[in-house]
Design a protein around this ligand. Structure first.
Ligand SMILES: [Zn+2]
Ligand SMILES: [Zn+2]
Length: 414
């Protein structure tokens, strides 16, 4: 699968690698991107495109996205790892600054609420801004490669409106017949309410498998409402049904940071992308299980994009992207800032540049002014190489970007 861009930069339908090879050989196209492989036509053709739906599984840690045609052909799969290091880095910077100012004690005028940010009303933290922008960036990235006609995003695990009135779920296009969406929604809500923790042992059993249990059994007339449901781990659920343990009334914990962040992301995404359609995690989960797909963020996205209909994988490449900072700003290090840190290029190399060394592709993790580099793989794990690679043995194949991209094949899909 090769992505194709028209002469005027509008995206066209992707083609097979055989056709792409032919076009490149005949000089009718040129390669403009290597990961994912994208070619640009050197002549204008008519924009004949089919309907493509982009499904996005939003998240505060990882974003899954996938594009599918109306006939169920899956033509794009990706997983984006969002930055979660910003808060720590800012704290570190402020610590350094505090230290420096205690060291260099010239008179500084007292400052109070003098920053634009501290008086802004609906301010987002730098972490949140980065998270929201990562979502928008991924959507835009796909839109430049594929003629996306419709976008569906999963914004939350359950639909709060449908809890009281499951009738709002009855006649929407996204529903496959035979699934009790009302109950699936309530289940998703109960898991969220109970913090995805067994309410008997509060997670002490380390059993990761959770079940939603009816406090008053269904056969005794217990309802499917949230008030009659409770989250239990499989161990304790089994124990309870055998009669080894009994339930005591337990309080459930409130929302975590994750839930608050997800709600902000949701509001901002819907505001920035008014044309998108919204779906919920409980629907995705039912559809993913119906399609018998593994539990991965990009597979959730497949279930979203296909709306639960049968799919055929036309690509088995998954793009893994890890968001990184867009520059090095730290200038100095050391007790009296005597140690300057180079933020520009060293012998033509910058941090996060994609490089080729001894036939394999890596990213630059660290550089030494003595001419050596520390390399890492695409998920940011340091690669130990002996001897330490020298710059003159390394070929720079791509300048740093705000994410590092790698491509991997997945097995066992049709
Ligand atoms: Zn338990
Ligand atoms: Zn039960």
């Amino acid at each position: 699968m090769v992505y194709v861009i028209n002469f005027d930069n509008t995206p066209l339908m992707p083609c097979t690698s055989a056709i792409a090879r032919l076009l490149l050989k005949q000089g009718k196209a040129k390669c403009i991107k290597r990961t994912p492989f994208t070619i640009k036509l050197l002549y204008q053709t008519t924009n004949y495109t089919q309907n493509i739906t982009l499904g996005v599984d939003t998240g505060s840690g990882k974003i899954g996205s996938s594009a599918a045609e109306d006939n169920g052909d899956v033509i794009y799969l990706s997983e984006v790892e969002i930055r979660n290091d910003i808060s720590d880095k800012l704290k570190q910077r402020s610590k350094y600054r505090r230290n420096r100012r205690n060291r260099k004690t010239r008179y500084r005028k007292a400052k109070w609420l003098n920053r634009k940010n501290s008086i802004k009303s609906d301010r987002f933290s730098p972490t949140m801004i980065s998270k929201i922008k990562s979502h928008l960036k991924e959507i835009k990235f796909v839109q430049t490669m594929l003629p996306i006609s419709r976008i569906i995003i999963e914004t939350a695990t359950f639909d709060p409106h449908a809890l009281k009135n499951p009738a709002v779920l009855s006649n929407k296009w996204l529903y496959q017949k035979g699934i009790n969406y009302g109950f699936a929604n309530t289940k998703a809500y109960v898991l969220d309410r109970d913090n995805h923790t067994c309410q008997y042992c509060k997670g002490k059993s380390k059993d990761r498998k959770l079940e939603v249990h009816h406090i008053i059994f269904r056969r005794d007339g217990g309802s499917d409402e949230a008030s009659n449901l409770i989250t239990l781990c499989k161990t304790h659920h089994d124990d309870l049904h055998i009669g080894n343990i009994t339930l005591k009334g337990g309080k459930t914990k409130g929302h975590l940071k994750h839930a608050t962040q997800m709600n902000s992301i949701r509001v901002q995404l819907l505001r920035s992308l008014p044309f998108v359609e919204e779906t919920f995690g409980f629907i995705t989960k039912e559809h993913r299980q119906l399609l018998n797909l593994p539990k991965e963020h990009y597979m959730d996205a497949v279930a979203i994009a296909s709306q639960g209909n049968e799919v055929q994988f036309k690509t088995n490449w998954v793009l893994f992207k890890k968001c990184v900072s867009d520059g090095d700003y730290q200038q100095s290090k050391g007790v009296r800032s005597e140690q300057r840190i180079p933020t520009g290029k060293i012998q033509g190399f910058r941090k996060f540049d994609k490089v080729r060394y001894l036939g394999s592709e890596y990213f630059i993790k660290g550089r030494m002014s003595t001419g050596y580099a520390i390399l890492m793989d695409s998920i940011g794990v340091k690669v130990t190489l002996k001897p330490i690679p020298k710059f003159n043995k390394i070929e720079r194949i791509q300048a740093r970007k705000t994410w590092i991209i790698s491509q991997e094949t997945i097995q066992n899909i049709s």
